[in-house]
Design a protein around this ligand. Structure first.
Ligand SMILES: *[C@@H]1O[C@H](CO)[C@@H](O)[C@H](O)[C@H]1NC(C)=O
Ligand SMILES: *[C@@H]1O[C@H](CO)[C@@H](O)[C@H](O)[C@H]1NC(C)=O
Ligand SMILES: *[C@@H]1O[C@H](CO)[C@@H](O)[C@H](O)[C@H]1NC(C)=O
Ligand SMILES: *[C@@H]1O[C@H](CO)[C@@H](O)[C@H](O)[C@H]1NC(C)=O
Ligand SMILES: *[C@@H]1O[C@H](CO)[C@@H](O)[C@H](O)[C@H]1NC(C)=O
Ligand SMILES: *[C@@H]1O[C@H](CO)[C@@H](O)[C@H](O)[C@H]1NC(C)=O
Length: 747
């Protein structure tokens, strides 16, 4: 998409012309146009402002969205000549071409049942999130699902100004309090979920407790959102395949105007400067108004610096496993058993073995991927076919569709083989034939068996849902990694939460058409992605907000991050998809600990104005003005380098190889939200001799509630071996440990 590569159009004529050259002549394209009233012009009312917006346009029909709360401007369809003319009008600031964003699921139907841990939280904490409004920007919602039942729910707080735009009957209730659609391509579309993604994320954040959840008989248990008592509202901004930035901005704008407390988005695009990133711009306005914003980190892992949604005002969420496996075991002809996963678990004979065939055997390029046509000329009738995970040119199909290719070629089953990149991460999915998705070690064993014998055979056996598996949590291969390209002075992602094989509400039955008659009851599905982990964190933020209504978004974020777990259930460091200790660029502060997060002891707070100083450290005044929706003169603002923002983690990207004699100092301020009086002692965990961290002072005393104390972290570093050295600072009192990860990168 050429137009999405355009930079922001500014008044600088050369830039404008360069950008315009890429937009076709008389064709209409959508632009988000940022405007600010010239000095002296007063827009007294919303009507005045709307009229002023319209004055930029050649005709009324061009207006797509008007932004009122989180952007100063509008979206409109314009030709290049019109945009050129418009950009000369007084008050024009910038125009950004509409862009496509995507949903952060792994695009495959899974059935999710909340695991035992989540169910416990649901039962024990069915009051969690009371009085808080969680707003989800997604594909819409299936409103009559029991996860959105309002039994015992009080009406929404009086500040709620949202709407319920389903036609033909009021289907909203005291749980699902609002539903609107912002799909500019079809204004008639209702906020109904025809994809499943939005129903899943909304119920994960704030679904009520529903017993008897299961998918294809697996992952059975009690389904419950993280904040079962919170109200939920849906803003439909995506269809099944993607979302437009102009629509997303309209959704954020409406969510802010409606009175949301939490905005949750499992959506992202390419990493880009914040003044060009519509999600970063829109959420800045939301956070300035006190709304907490949760975003998925992206599914572009395990590649380094693949993290998206990197702005410091967002909580950026990675994805990790739970201690549950939906087991499907490959038994090789030589008796070796290799465990994998699949949600679809049909009755199979345990005595029959099938010939094993490698799809790549045809020798055609990419045939090993089981894309369309790759099994042509390969005899797979009645055989189990080995297919590699992933896609290649012309063979870009989902894992479920690979099974479809095998099935239509007459295959008896499929073994989905991880490549090195996926390591030990496997996904339980609703395949269309007997399948086992196996890890890289098992894949290697199977391939070696196949090449070692003339007539390889195997069978696929189904072991049902197994709880208590380990290691858990561990980081999923797909979870996007830092360091952040846009601001290496801020550690991203911030936190990890459950995002593999997550069970939540789904609008319809899933699985192969040949599956036995569906079990009665509500429909659920297991899905994976940072799309699934983000709404867990939104629900947890709702819980904290309901206990501490006066806390700022930054304080809530700090509480979540400084109480996170850095070890797994067995007490070992959290591992990644290779079963190596996961670094901070994979885990952020660690795995969310919902119980601890509402009582952190100390918080690192950030005022909205600090973000302006931070932005002035990255960009020029004009850039910052676009994000801030008002003129900003960066030369008159105290500039805050990323590492000096009062963030709950510390990230230093050193620009020079340091001498021991030249330390770097960062400052932080903590506020006491725990016991009074209390004393905290600093402890530093740094296990590399090339970095020494001092904390000054090493002791903080608090005699009052909300008292603040400032301290310095002095880093002495010299590049010797590792390029990145990571550790943590802990403030420890009798009752609390307040932990901040520290990451130091050498040039
Ligand atoms: C989804 O929306 C995009 C962009 O608006 C559009 O191009 C695409 O055709 C839509 N897809 C479906 C399945 O409706
Ligand atoms: C990761 O990086 C490799 C090598 O640069 C590239 O081929 C691959 O497409 C990337 N993967 C993702 C998910 O971006
Ligand atoms: C592969 O085949 C499926 C089913 O016939 C079809 O829906 C899909 O578009 C095809 N994909 C490609 C990449 O050819
Ligand atoms: C596969 O398709 C997706 C979405 O259509 C696209 O983003 C991706 O680049 C494609 N990958 C390959 C290897 O063609
Ligand atoms: C942002 O800053 C860049 C680099 O200085 C500049 O080229 C661009 O025009 C600016 N964009 C806006 C919208 O101010
Ligand atoms: C490191 O120390 C040497 C000698 O003490 C000095 O010349 C040099 O400028 C220092 N480098 C840095 C980056 O401080």
């Amino acid at each position: 998409m050429g137009s999405s590569e355009l930079s922001v159009l500014s008044l600088a004529p050369y830039l404008l012309l360069a950008a315009l050259a890429e937009v076709a002549g008389g064709e209409l394209s959508t632009f988000i146009v940022h405007v600010q009233p010239p000095e002296g012009q007063v827009l007294a009312s919303a009507d005045d402002r709307d009229a002023w917006y319209r004055s930029f346009l050649p005709e009324d029909g061009r207006l797509v969205h008007v932004y009122r709360h989180v952007a100063s401007g509008f979206a409109a369809r314009l030709t290049r000549e019109e945009l050129h003319a418009l950009s000369a009008a007084p008050g024009f600031v910038a125009a950004v071409p509409d862009e496509t964003y995507e949903l952060h699921t792994t695009h495959t139907p899974l059935f999710l049942g909340l695991d035992a841990h989540q169910a416990q939280i649901g039962n024990r904490g069915s009051e969690r999130g009371a009085g808080v409004i969680v707003c989800i920007l997604d594909t819409g919602v299936f409103p009559t699902h029991p996860s959105f039942g309002d039994d015992g729910m009080p009406p929404p707080p009086p500040r709620w100004k949202g709407r319920c735009d389903f036609t033909g009957g009021a289907v909203c209730n005291n749980k699902l309090i609002g539903a609107r659609s912002f799909m500019s391509n079809d204004l008639r579309v209702q906020p109904v979920d025809d994809a499943g993604h939005g129903t899943h994320t909304a119920s994960t954040a704030a679904g009520v407790v529903v017993p008897g959840a299961q998918v294809l008989g697996q992952a059975a248990g009690v389904a419950a959102g993280m904040a079962p008592r919170a109200h939920v509202a849906m803003y439909k901004v995506c269809n099944e395949t993607n979302c437009l930035s102009s629509d997303i901005l309209a959704g954020v704008d409406a969510a802010v105007g409606d009175g949301c407390d939490i905005i949750s988005m499992s959506i992202g695009g390419l990493s880009k400067p914040f003044y060009r990133d519509t999600i970063a711009m829109g959420t800045f306005g939301a956070v300035e108004k006190g709304i907490f914003v949760t975003m998925s980190a992206g599914n572009y892992g395990p590649n380094i610096s693949s993290v998206t949604n990197e702005a410091p005002w967002m909580l950026t969420v990675a994805a990790s496993t739970m201690d549950r496996s939906i087991r499907s075991t490959v038994r090789l002809g030589n008796g070796v058993l290799l465990d994998g996963e699949s949600v679809y678990q049909p009755q199979v004979s345990t005595s029959t073995f099938y010939p094993l065939v490698y799809a790549g055997a045809s020798g055609k390029p990419y045939a090993e991927l089981c894309g369309n046509g790759s099994l042509d000329g390969v005899d797979v009738g009645g055989k189990i076919v080995l297919c590699e995970f992933g896609s290649g040119p012309g063979h870009n199909i989902s894992r479920i569709l690979k099974g479809g290719v095998v099935r239509s070629a007459g295959g008896a089953g499929m073994v989905l083989l991880n490549t090195f990149a996926q390591g030990y991460s496997t996904l339980a999915e609703a395949h269309v034939l007997p399948t086992s998705h196996v890890d890289y070690a098992a894949a290697a064993a199977i391939k070696s068996y196949v090449s070692s014998t003339a007539n390889p055979t195997a069978q696929i056996l189904f072991g049902g849902t197994i709880l208590g598996t380990s290691p858990a949590p561990s980081i999923a291969f797909f979870s996007s990694r830092g360091p952040s390209l846009q601001n290496p002075g801020i550690l991203k992602p911030d936190i990890t939460g459950p995002g593999v094989n997550v069970l939540a509400a789904w609008p319809f039955q899933v699985g192969p058409p040949t599956a036995s008659p569906p079990l009665p009851g509500p429909t659920f599905h297991v899905v994976s992605g940072t799309s699934m982990s983000a709404p867990h964190l939104s629900g947890i933020a709702a819980f904290i907000k309901s206990k501490h209504p006066d806390w700022s978004p930054a304080a809530i974020k700090s509480a979540i991050m400084t109480t996170a777990d850095v070890t797994d259930r067995a007490g070992y460091p959290i591992l990644d998809e290779q079963r190596e200790p996961a670094d901070l660029f994979a885990t952020g502060a660690g795995h969310v600990n919902p119980e601890k997060s509402a009582d952190p002891g100390l918080v690192y707070d950030i005022a909205a104005s600090d973000y302006v100083g931070f932005l002035c450290g990255l960009y020029n005044s004009q850039n910052v003005s676009v994000i801030a929706r008002r003129p900003v003169d960066c030369s008159a603002v105290p500039v805050i380098p990323g590492s000096m923002l009062n963030y709950p983690s510390i990230s230093l990207a050193l620009e020079h190889a340091r001498n021991w004699s030249t330390p770097v100092t960062v400052e932080r301020t903590v506020r006491n939200v725990g016991e009074v009086p209390s004393v905290y002692y600093a402890a530093v965990d740094m296990f590399d001799g090339d970095v020494t961290v001092d904390v000054v002072p090493r002791e903080l005393e608090f005699s009052q509630e909300n008292q603040e104390q400032r301290f310095e972290v002095v880093v002495w570093a010299r590049r010797n071996g590792a390029k990145v050295v990571q550790g943590a600072l802990r403030w420890v009192s009798d009752s609390y440990t307040v932990r901040s990860p520290i990451s130091i990168s050498f040039p």
